[in-house]
Each structure stands twice: as C-alpha cells, then as structure tokens.
Write a protein that binds this ligand. Structure first.
Ligand SMILES: [Fe+2]
Length: 508
C-alpha cells in the first residue's frame, strides 16, 4: 500500500485543486488504498492540513473573564469523570505552597528570571543554570545575535511592510502592533541564525523522554513560523493578559493532553515532571480547530528582541514557578470559594474556605477554541498582581524562552521612548506530528501563505520581496525549514532515529 503524504499528493494535482477539501480527501483516500508504502509502515501519515479561516491574533483571546460564556453540561460530567479523593489533599498542599512561593517571587522580582550569556550556551549550561531554568520554566539568553544584525532585521521588516502597505494585515488594524507577516526575509534570517539554533538545541535537551522509544528527537530543532510585534510607545488597544498558549479545555478534555498532568490529578503533584516529552507526543491542544492554536509539540515558546526594552515598556511578564502554577491551574476547576467567605471584601484564600465543585461546568478562564486565560479574580492564589514578573532590560538580539505550560502576559503600558519589538521564534523538536507540520509549513512558505496554524487567506503570496528558499544561506537552515534531510546522530535513541528517518521520508 502506498500511503502518499500531502506533499506527494500535491505533486499529482495543481495547487488550486489541492486546496479543495473534498477533492484532496478523495485523492488521499484512493492513493492510500492502492499502492506501496514509502514511509515506515507502522507510522500513520496524516494528510496535508487545510487552511484555517482568515483572521488575526485577536481571534484566540478573550479580553476579560466576563466575555467567557458558560460551558455545556458535559464539562461537569468531565470533572466527575476525572475526580478522585486525592485531589483534595493536593489542592490543600498546593495552596499552602503557593503562599510561600508567591512571597518569595514577589520579593525577588526580576532577579528570579534566570539570565545567561550566549557564551554559557556555547560552553554548556551548568547544573545550577539547568535547575533554575527548570524550576522557573524560563530563561533569558543575552548576546547571541549582534545588535546591529537584529536592528537590521527590524528595518528590513519595516521596509517590507511599507512596500506592501496595501496588503499588510495585523492587530489593531488602524496602527498595527502584531503583524500577520510570516515569510519576510528578516524572519528567515533570524530563524536560521546559528545562535538561535544552538540556543534552541540546548534548551530542547533539557527535556527527556521517560520512555526511550518515544518518537521525538530533542537534539534536532525545527523551525515553526510565527508572527512578529513592533509596538510604539503609549497605551495599546490590544494587549495580552495572563494566559497559557496551546489550548485551554483540552488540558482536561483530551485524554492525551490530560495525561501530561496525570500525577497532579492523582494527588502526586510534587512528582509532576514538566520536562517529560513522552506524554506530550499524544497531547491534542486544538480539539476545536481554531486559528492561532499551536497544534505542534512546542516545548519552549520564545522571542528574539529587535529593540532595547525594559520593564514598563511593553515587554513580556512571566509567572516563574512552573510546576506549582501548573498544579494550581489543573486543580482549580474542581473547587470554588464557599459562599460568603470574604476577608476585607476579598475572596478568602484559606483552603478551608474553598469547597469541591463537581456539579458546576466552570473551568475558570477556559473557553472553547481559545487560549487558557488567568486572572486575579479566577486564580486568586497565584497573586498575579505580585508574581507576574517583567523581563529585565533586553537588547536587540537577546532571546527569551518560556515553557509551554508557563503563565505569561504582555505589559499593558509602554512608557518608554523607543519601540518594543520582537520576532516570535520558539524551540521545537522533531516528532512525527511536527515533521508533518514542517512539510505543510514548507509548502505554504513556498507559496507565500501563512503557516498552517495561523489564520488563512492569501497571506503574503502577492507581496513584493518576500522571503524565498534561496534566502536560506546555510545547510542547517535548509534542514530546519524542511528543505533537506536530517542526520541521525551517533547517540540517537530508537525513537529519535525512527522519527528522523520518517521525517526524511515525507520531506523529500
Ligand atoms: Fe502567549
């Protein structure tokens, strides 16, 4: 049987036909029935992704807890199905621990965010650095890309946007901050910059697989196209409040995603391992096929700075307590404050003033097809007013990465004098699903279309001077973007060598 992949199928049909869902599905179904396999037989291959509906970054976020409509009754049933008595003990312990850790973070302020030099990446992270990065779930890497180079990327993007001013989209539309630009030459240069690639490899290898046969290779980063932000000083009409990327209700609703938090739900929250890749491989973060939902396994979200930006200048804020905030978030839907237990008009944080809530459908801050929101009102024990810490001053070329479960936000104010500008570039390893995404992303890039997870439409296909494959200047860059084969390393596990062979078979 030939299980033809999306890209193989595309060679047989013109692009316009491929984009028609029914024709493509027929093509895929017929070919999978009639020919011989070209990919490892025990790995099912998924068809090419269909474009998402048109839109912007604003589509995935709600602006306040009041915007969130009640959930259907099935979510109360879901809570009952997941619940076990050990959850009560975990909840009490987590609340007690939060009381201590939130004080500590608040006192440390910006010092709590690990900051390393790119030289540390080159010579290898120390154990102390690894512990700090794992505990907080974030790291700032200074000095990887020369300032002049990062500033030149920004100028090149400004020129590209100006040359295509009649077609550029973004949010807010009247004065764009978040550009729906994915295929500029500057983004290609940044994504394939050696300092970014080696930083990403170092951070990905902080992850591991509890089962060595897991189909993931953490030593092989691949590229995930995302958008960019260029924000001028002043208040913004669109800022991102506290949230976690990668779906919301899916954390409980999808059995694969839920298994990533299995120990928390079994009452063993201290044994939760946020860096175990094995359960992540089967997590589905996008049950509702919404645009802007990251569908791949993205261990580290990140950005690279194109400006000199400090606190209160529209920068990133992070909640640097990875395991504890995750445990709290996962347990939170099972509890509610007891009626009338207020202290000075505020909800009491004492564990005894909270009760089980298995009857209500509430999953605080969760909404179908949106990112996971957090707020002081819905998640009071996190004390977000004190614990969301702004990044220290970042210079052009500095990078920041944060774990996929980490709560983050963007500062609402920008009282600085210059722009606050970043290229969103995460660290992503090779997996089966990620390789298939890379194939589709590469094909979209060839046509100037938005990357598959992002709002669809013609994107930059009619822009002048967009990035092309010939703008990738290194062999490693071509590999990262899916244009040439990956190498199997000497110390590859069974799982990683299998995933590399699979990727090579579908990317050719
Ligand atoms: Fe985010």
């Amino acid at each position: 049987m030939l299980r033809l992949t999306g890209s193989s199928c595309r060679k047989l049909l013109p692009t316009s036909v491929i984009r028609a869902k029914d024709v493509y599905s027929r093509c895929y179904a017929t070919l999978t029935q009639n020919s011989e396999s070209t990919t490892p037989a025990d790995i099912p291959t998924i068809a090419r992704r269909l474009p998402k509906k048109e839109g912007t970054i604003a589509d995935v976020f709600s602006f306040s807890a009041n915007d969130i409509p009640p959930l259907p009754q099935r979510f109360a049933e879901l809570k009952k199905q997941i619940y076990n008595d050990a959850i009560i003990n975990s909840w009490k312990e987590v609340i007690r621990e939060l009381d201590l850790v939130t004080e500590e973070i608040s006192a440390l302020g910006g010092k709590v965010i690990p900051q390393i030099s790119y030289r540390d990446i080159v010579r290898g992270l120390s154990e102390k650095q690894k512990v700090a990065i794992r505990r907080t779930g974030t790291v700032v890497v200074k000095g990887g890309v020369p300032k002049e180079e990062a500033l030149a990327w920004k100028q090149s993007i400004r020129d590209y946007a100006a040359a295509n001013a009649d077609k550029v989209k973004g949010t807010p539309p009247e004065h764009i901050v978040f550009y729906e630009i994915y295929n500029s030459k500057a983004q290609i240069a940044a994504r394939t910059h050696p300092a970014l690639i080696s930083t990403q490899r170092a951070l990905l290898t902080l992850w591991h697989s509890s089962d060595p046969s897991t189909l993931v290779d953490f030593s092989t980063p691949i590229s995930y196209f995302d958008r960019l932000r260029i924000r001028d000083p002043g208040p913004s009409t669109f800022t991102l409040g506290p949230h976690i990327d990668g779906g919301s209700l899916e954390r409980w609703e999808d059995p694969g995603f839920r298994s990533c938090f299995g120990r928390i739900l079994e009452g063993r929250w201290r044994e939760h391992d946020p860096f175990d890749g094995t359960p992540r491989i089967n997590a589905k973060q996008d049950l509702y096929d919404a645009p802007n939902q990251c569908t791949v396994f993205r261990p580290w979200q990140g950005w690279t700075s194109m400006s000199t930006t400090g606190p209160r200048e529209g920068t990133l804020r992070l909640l640097p307590m990875l395991s504890l905030s995750t445990a709290y978030l996962i347990l939170r839907p099972f509890f509610r404050p007891r009626q009338g237990r207020l202290i000075n008009g505020q909800i009491s944080l004492a564990a005894d003033d909270w009760e089980l809530n298995l009857e209500g459908t509430e999953f605080p801050g969760s909404q179908i097809g949106k990112a996971q929101h957090l707020s002081e009102q819905d998640h009071p024990h996190l004390r977000l007013d004190k614990t969301l810490i702004s990044l220290p001053q970042m210079e052009p070329g500095d990078q920041v990465y944060w774990h996929c479960d980490l709560v983050h936000a963007v500062e609402a104010e920008h009282i600085g004098k210059g722009d606050s500008s970043v290229l969103y570039i995460p660290a992503i390893p090779l997996t089966i699903k990620n390789a298939e995404y890379l194939r589709d992303q590469r094909d979209n890039f060839n046509e100037g279309l938005p990357a598959p997870d992002f709002p669809g439409g013609e994107g930059e296909s009619n822009f002048v001077d967009r990035g092309k494959v010939e703008d990738i200047v290194s062999a490693e860059g071509r590999r990262l973007l899916g244009f040439s084969n990956f190498d199997v390393s000497a110390n590859a596990t069974d799982g990683s060598s299998k995933v590399i062979k699979y990727a090579n078979s579908i990317l050719v």
